[in-house]
Unconditional design. Structure first.
Length: 114
């Protein structure tokens, strides 16, 4: 059973930083195609924030402020600098396997006050 364990969310003021981490278990490393982060704000659709796989992809609004890294084959982190109130959302870790399956973490709240 694949599980994604997230950590690092919280409440910060605008301009401050947070680091999110996600560790996967129950999956063979060679079967991981990519890991990344999505977010969902109240009343909005879930959107891709950053993805680290064969390529690296970022949401336009976070480019230059957020950095995704694969600390090892089963861990992905998201360093978020210069946070803005519009970054407030529940952030979800995502894993995609080479066999075509998708897995999600339970979500971690990030709140940025102005």
């Amino acid at each position: 059973q694949v599980q994604l364990r997230e950590s690092g969310g919280g409440l910060v003021q605008a301009g401050e930083s947070l680091r999110l981490s996600c560790v996967a278990s129950g999956v063979i490393s060679s079967n991981i195609n990519g890991m990344g982060w999505y977010r969902q704000a109240p009343g909005k659709q879930r959107e891709l924030v950053a993805l680290k796989g064969d390529n690296t992809k970022y949401l336009d609004s976070v480019k230059g402020r957020f950095t995704i890294s694969r600390d090892n084959t089963k861990k992905v982190s998201l360093q978020m600098n210069s946070l803005k109130p519009e970054d407030t959302a529940v952030y979800y870790c995502h894993l995609h396997t080479r066999t075509g399956s998708d897995y999600w973490g339970q979500g971690t709240q990030v709140t940025v006050s102005s």
